[in-house]
Design a protein around this ligand. Structure first.
Ligand code: 3YP
Ligand code: ZN
Length: 365
């Protein structure tokens, strides 16, 4: 099994400032300077764990390149690109007031989107069987006319639109496991029956009023947007049942040529921005199920693009578990501490009800 891997040190130089988690530091409002939640630590430590454990030596390193204006404009409006370009010398915000970037921030965002493109190309050209793009800033909230929720450019959407012009890939399934709704991907492909936008996320967290099971796509795309809002506190049982009963049947019905995972890890048990309870074992089992489905459906073609995940000491073990599955590692790394025995990790009735509601919609794929 050959697994492509995209990472660049510049991803760690994306400067989100002292936003004191979510709001700009301001003594008049009692907000002390603190690092922004979307800071380099968690992602840099994912890379460093791969290096220290030696897993990186089993991966095929792919060098990211900047996404061009033309590629960005396949998804975003000229106005959004102009906003980012104008602020690139000074630093600014992606558009929602919560997406700060420093000088050269657009250059790094281009490298993130270009990293997703490069990884998608390598998978589609058969250079690797699957790939992991450890990119930053994240992308799954960005919509055509604005950045949002720490996302400046819609990395996955740009990659898909770019490679669909140059490669023979008709149907793509995007499985978003970030704890927040993949609204950006959903918005871009809302009317597209050839992209299945499937999101598992914490119910009514972010973006506000987004990610309801009733959001199903429109026109020819109706039924190809699938949302599974899960109750806060959902753990391994809920996610594995959701994967078994919603994700896998959806993939089997959709028959994708490529499976893309919006690999956010903020559903981890220690995350400051999520209220779920996942562990490396849970992520490993979800990845195993998706990889097995990919082997049956699309010659194993899976592309993971990193999104959120803010517990800097825990996310590395969660992401490492997924990358081990991609790389076919049979002796998984034993993470030093786990929360598999947390109370109510098994499926709970209210979580089962949420799964049932989305399960009922599979027939429209
Ligand atoms: O991890 C994220 C960022 C979510 C935050 C953006 C502002 C409040 C919640 N999205 O996937
Ligand atoms: Zn998130």
């Amino acid at each position: 099994m050959t697994t492509g891997y995209v990472y660049h040190e510049l991803y760690g130089w994306h400067d989100t400032g002292t936003h004191a988690s979510l709001a700009p530091a301001d003594p008049r409002r009692g907000i002390q300077p603190f690092h922004h939640l979307e800071n380099p630590e968690a992602k840099r430590r994912v890379h460093e764990l791969l290096v220290v454990t030696g897993l990186i030596d089993r991966l095929t390193r792919l060098t990211p390149r900047p996404a061009t204006d033309e590629e960005i404009l396949l998804v975003h409006t000229p106005g959004h690109l102009a906003r980012l370009t104008k602020a690139n010398d000074t630093g600014g915000d992606g558009g929602d007031g919560s997406t700060p970037f420093g000088r050269g921030g657009l250059d790094i965002a281009r490298l993130a989107a270009g990293g997703a493109i490069r990884a998608a190309e390598a998978v589609l050209e058969g250079k690797v069987d699957n790939a992991y793009a450890l990119v930053r800033p994240p992308g799954h909230h960005a919509v055509p006319d604005s950045g949002m929720g720490f996302c400046m450019l819609a990395n996955i959407a740009i990659a898909l639109r770019a490679v669909r012009r140059t490669h023979n890939v008709a149907r793509v399934a995007v499985v978003d496991i970030d704890v927040h709704h993949g609204n950006g991907t959903q918005t871009v492909f809302w009317e597209d029956p050839n992209v299945l936008a499937l999101s598992l996320h914490q119910d009514r967290f972010f973006p506000p009023n987004s990610g309801f099971v009733t959001e199903r796509g429109a026109g020819a795309g109706f039924g190809y947007t699938l949302n599974l809002p899960l109750p806060p506190g959902t753990g391994t049982g809920g996610y594995l049942e959701a994967t078994r009963r919603v994700v896998l049947p959806a993939l089997r019905r959709f028959k994708p040529d490529l499976i893309v995972v919006a690999a956010g890890f903020d559903a981890n048990a220690l995350d400051p921005l999520g209220r779920m309870m996942l562990t490396p074992r849970a992520y490993r089992e979800m990845a195993r199920m998706v990889l097995d489905a990919a082997a049956d459906l699309c010659d194993g073609r899976v592309l993971c693009v990193h999104e959120g995940g803010y517990a800097a000491a825990y996310v590395p073990f969660c992401a490492n578990a997924v990358i081990e599955v991609l790389a076919g590692v049979t002796e998984p790394f034993r993470e030093p501490f786990s929360f598999d025995n947390m109370g109510q990790q098994e499926l709970q009735p209210h979580q089962d009800a949420a799964i049932k509601a989305t399960e009922a919609l599979l027939g429209d794929i």
